[in-house]
Design a protein around this ligand. Structure first.
Ligand code: ADP
Ligand code: MG
Ligand code: ZN
Length: 486
């Protein structure tokens, strides 16, 4: 029974979404041959051989790493890793699929069940990518086989999503997981990761509506656009009595609409059957798949990292930054590794990394950011200096900026050279404070403080800090004022 509905003209419409996400694996070689897996090679048909060009008489040899990648994904989502698995031929004719069939998995996928970001999964299987075709100006179609036979993982969810926010959150978490496991570059713009949304609307909470499958979704924003457009279109169809046909539609980003591509074929059309050229596999029983080793090889997963950083007391935004942009998370881990009992050190490090350091490298291209980071020892020294009240936060920010610009700068030495050290010496602060207390313009503040108005004291302390260019130690400055105002 569906509970989430969209209300329109006094009626309830029940929306349902199921996702299908493809991800190109970043294995060294293709799925069935020793060709380099590099679908973005500029030179067409550079990484090709008789196997991936489907010459008669060739035989596919499965890529172990690709299978283990899907196993890793399965373990990460708490799925069921099949013991028995096999590959099937999915028959259809298209110029980019030279064998006349795509090798995929049908009845026995590598993974079934599991859960990702709260969305129940149906299956995760392995197949091969197609060649790419381009249509030139003379109306000819050119086929580039660099991508043909690249290992492609497909993940299918149950129809349990009901709004675009959840769909986007799910897809983002999947992308993060692929990157964390380092099994796919998962770049949507480059087509490493491709999203399809199956969408339906029903007037009856007990029966699913007829679904359409929307392809050509090139960004998270398009995913939202496609879902919203289809919800609206379905509701309008239901209101006008127009029939909804089960079909594949393509999203057009420019207009924010979808267009019918073809009426949906069903699985019978593909005449699936097990590929007789590929051996049956037993992932648990055959030691070649290293079931236990693969299971034990998982890195810290995003949710595990979130939980760990939460225990350290980090703010939610900081945690998300560290989880979704691991260069910052890893840097933070290295900085605090030896100081996990020091809450002050942890918090200050988290703040300076998430705001100052992240801000300083914001404009740099992704691959250059990490190069800007100061040496861990120097960053630790900087944080320790703040804790020991050797420098004020204003100076700390300036020193950090200099450390990012010049790797040779070490904070303590630099602070001394540039006279940025905080002044904590009472003998040096006292004369400054005496002048402030004697200044006529402060008569009112002094009187106010003596009447018990606390902020008046802070105004005086502020003057001392200002006169020392931010270097007067606020704690000690305040103490001297209090003593002299008794
Ligand atoms: P097909 O045979 O057309 O590929 P499947 O049953 O395999 O259909 O489901 C494909 C995807 O469509 C899955 O993600 C599934 O959750 C989703 N789906 C199935 N039925 C519906 C529906 N009525 N509305 C929305 N999504 C659906
Ligand atoms: Mg399908
Ligand atoms: Zn090849």
């Amino acid at each position: 029974m569906l509970t989430k509905f969209i209300e329109s003209n006094g009626k309830k419409y029940y929306p349902v979404i199921g996702m299908e996400i493809h991800a190109e694996m970043n294995t060294k070689t293709k799925m069935w041959c020793p060709c380099k897996n590099d679908p973005f090679e500029d030179e067409p048909n550079k990484h090709v051989c008789p196997i991936c060009m489907a010459n008669p008489g060739t035989l596919p040899v499965p890529n172990l790493q690709a299978i283990q990648n899907v196993m890793k994904m399965g373990f990460s989502v708490g799925g069921n890793i099949a013991n028995f698995t096999e590959f099937d031929r999915k028959n259809y004719f298209y110029p980019d699929i030279p064998k006349g069939y795509q090798i995929s998995q049908y009845k026995f996928p590598i993974v079934t069940d599991g859960n990702l970001a709260g969305v129940k999964l149906t299956r995760i299987h392995l197949e091969e990518d197609t060649a790419t075709s381009t249509h030139d100006k003379d109306d000819a179609t050119l086929i580039n086989f660099n991508r043909a036979g690249v290992p492609l993982m497909e993940l299918v969810t149950e129809p349990v999503v009901h709004d675009s926010e959840t769909a986007i959150h799910f897809a983002k978490e999947m992308q993060l997981l692929l990157k964390t496991l380092n099994i796919s570059d998962a770049d949507i713009e480059k087509g490493h990761m491709r999203m399809e949304a199956n969408i339906s609307i029903s007037l009856d909470p007990n029966i699913f509506g007829i679904k359409v499958e929307v392809k050509n979704i090139g960004s998270f924003k398009s995913l939202e656009g496609a879902i919203k457009y289809e919800f609206k279109r379905h509701i309008e169809c239901l209101q006008t009595g127009e029939t909804i046909v089960q079909e594949t539609r393509g999203y057009d980003e420019a207009s924010g609409t979808t267009k019918s591509q073809r009426t949906k074929e069903n699985s019978a059309d593909y005449r699936y059957f097990p590929d007789p050229d590929i051996t049956k596999m037993y992932l648990h029983d055959n030691p070649v798949f290293e079931y236990e080793k693969v299971k034990a090889s998982l890195p810290e997963l995003p949710n595990q990292k979130r939980a760990r950083l939460e225990v350290l007391g980090l703010k939610k935004d900081t945690i998300e930054l560290f989880v979704t942009q691991p260069i910052f998370g890893n840097y933070f881990d290295s900085v605090v590794m030896e100081s996990l009992e020091n809450i002050n050190f942890i918090n200050l490090s988290a703040n300076y990394i998430s705001s100052d350091l992240a801000g300083a490298v914001k404009e740099k291209p992704e691959h250059e950011k990490e190069e800007q980071f100061p040496e861990i020892v120097n960053f630790r020294e900087l944080i320790s200096m703040i804790i020991d009240e050797k420098i004020a936060s204003r100076a700390a920010k300036d020193i950090l900026t200099s450390m990012i610009a010049d790797k040779n700068i070490t904070p303590e030495k630099y602070a001394e050279e540039k006279d940025l050290m905080q002044i904590s010496d009472e003998a040096r602060l006292f004369p400054i404070i005496q002048i402030i207390l004697a200044d006529e313009k402060n008569v009112k503040s002094i009187a106010d403080y003596k009447k018990g108005i606390e902020p008046a004291l802070m105004a005086l302390v502020g003057q001392a800090i200002k006169q020392t260019n931010g270097k007067a130690n606020p704690t000690i400055t305040k103490k001297i004022f209090i003593e002299n105002l008794k």
